[in-house]
Design a binder for this molecule. Structure first.
Ligand code: FES
Length: 108
């Protein structure tokens, strides 16, 4: 998108302005679109292959935390149920800091 087109999208929906993947310039809105697919794919790999978040330089070191928060917030997923790719590729065992009430969300 051009800068003007991007500005219009951000004006309509602020999620188009929140960068999730810095190297591929993938926004929160694009991650949500990637997760809102007819196949109901809900893995980090599905996000990676659909919008390229996690595909570049950091290989998920920076962007995974933001994608996980989007999956929790917009799709009501429990962090313990979020998988990398296959049915048994769990990523998280439990939270190590905070709980639902004390956890901050810097994307809001
Ligand atoms: S920030 Fe681009 S791959 Fe993680």
């Amino acid at each position: 998108m051009s800068v003007e087109e991007r500005a219009k999208m951000i004006e309509k929906d602020a999620r188009w302005g929140r960068i999730v993947c810095r190297c591929e310039h993938v926004t929160e809105a694009e991650v949500i679109e990637a997760l809102t697919n007819p196949l109901n794919a809900r893995t980090l790999a599905s996000v990676k292959y659909r919008c390229r978040a996690g595909m570049e330089r950091c290989q998920g070191g920076f962007c995974t935390q933001h994608i996980v928060r989007i999956m929790e917030k917009h799709f009501g997923m429990d962090i313990k149920e979020i998988k990398l790719k296959s049915l048994s590729s769990y990523l998280f065992y439990k939270r190590t800091r905070g709980d639902e009430q004390t956890r901050g969300d810097e994307n809001e």
